[in-house]
Ligand binder design. Structure first.
Ligand code: AVI
Length: 323
């Protein structure tokens, strides 16, 4: 740890899209859908944390072990006195595995939940005096101009958690392209991007991870409807929808739906939405990659897969991309 006083300088950010507008739009489509970014209100974030602890959900502990084990090699790639920019930083848990080893000059966590981000950044500041912290309350999927940290020796991006899988391949390539632009803005020397990627594997293993015995993923999925009831005064009957999350081995993705158990109508902001029995609302895709298919995706976005670290079972990959 460094010993000079810590600075926390919030950067100007962007706002989250309007949940009500997105929901009205998504439920009006021939294939009803709710964008997965709305999972993460306070209750949804709590449920997601619980998912990460599930025995069936291997992703978080596998990635955490990879970060801990390969931190010295990652540190060599990033270099000392750099700046780390984390996209979708959440609770700032995984960055702690890198900070002591990488010893960056600054850390810029980006997250849409501004108050939450300020709170967790202050806690981190107390633990890492001397680290320049620049929390940016913004939608990390947008084109963001992130001014370089003065005096930093280049900067690296950090996008853990396998979240890239929640974007369709074309959207994922667009996001990787925007991250490259954000990291390499005026006078910033981009060292690379460290990204977590969930790998193609036995369909049964994937099915179990998204259909856990305790029903936490089902509750996480249904929280979208509960959130609409809480925040927008909708009248979804949560028991009238079932969680359905099959793995599609051809498209190499887990598809998540809420399926109406009977014919019903729901009212939202004065509008009525009809559901046929068995009608599905699409809520999430979670794409899985092979190292080669991910390298191809990255190449489409102007990145080169320069290094990769995988666990012994090939469940998950930490990829180091350079441009
Ligand atoms: C955040 N993301 C990588 C998770 C995933 O596995 O796609 C979200 C999730 N959905 C259901 N379980 C976890």
């Amino acid at each position: 740890m460094m010993d000079t006083p810590c600075t926390v300088v919030p950067l100007a950010g962007t706002r989250e899209d309007d949940f009500a507008q997105c929901l009205l739009h998504g439920l009006s489509r021939p294939q009803k859908e709710i964008p997965c970014k709305y999972f993460y209100d306070e209750e949804g974030s709590r449920l997601f944390d619980a998912i990460c602890e599930l025995p069936e959900y291997y992703q978080t502990r596998t990635e955490t072990a990879l970060l801990a084990r390969h931190a010295p090699e990652i540190a060599r790639r990033i270099g000392p006195q750099s700046e780390i920019v984390e996209f979708g930083a959440g609770a700032l848990k995984k960055i702690r595995l890198l900070l002591d080893v990488v010893r960056p000059r600054g850390y810029t966590p980006i997250d849409i939940s501004g108050d939450y981000l300020m709170g967790v950044t202050r806690t981190l500041a107390a633990e890492y005096p001397g680290l320049n912290l620049r929390p940016l309350a913004a939608d990390f999927t947008a084109a963001l101009a992130v001014p370089p940290l003065p005096g930093a020796h280049g900067r690296a991006g950090f996008f853990p958690g396998g979240t890239i899988g929640n974007f369709r391949p074309e959207a994922a390539a667009g996001l990787l392209r925007r991250m490259r632009a954000s990291l390499g803005g005026a006078n910033a020397h981009c060292k690379g991007l460290l990204i977590g990627v969930d790998l193609v594997k036995d369909p049964a293993r994937l099915h179990a991870a998204y259909n856990d015995a305790a029903g936490v993923t089902a509750a996480f999925n249904k929280n979208l409807l509960a959130r609409a009831n809480r925040e927008l005064g909708a009248d979804f009957d949560l028991d009238a929808f079932a969680h359905y999350a099959p793995y599609n081995p051809v498209a190499r993705r887990v598809e998540m739906y809420l399926v109406a158990q009977a014919r019903q109508s729901v009212t939202l902001r004065g509008r009525r939405f009809d559901f046929a029995a068995g009608e599905a609302v699409h809520t999430e895709d979670s794409h899985k990659y092979t190292p080669d298919s991910f390298a191809e995706l990255a190449a489409n976005a102007g990145w080169r897969l320069a290094e990769q670290w995988r666990d012994a079972e090939d469940l998950f990959m930490l990829a180091w991309l350079e441009s």
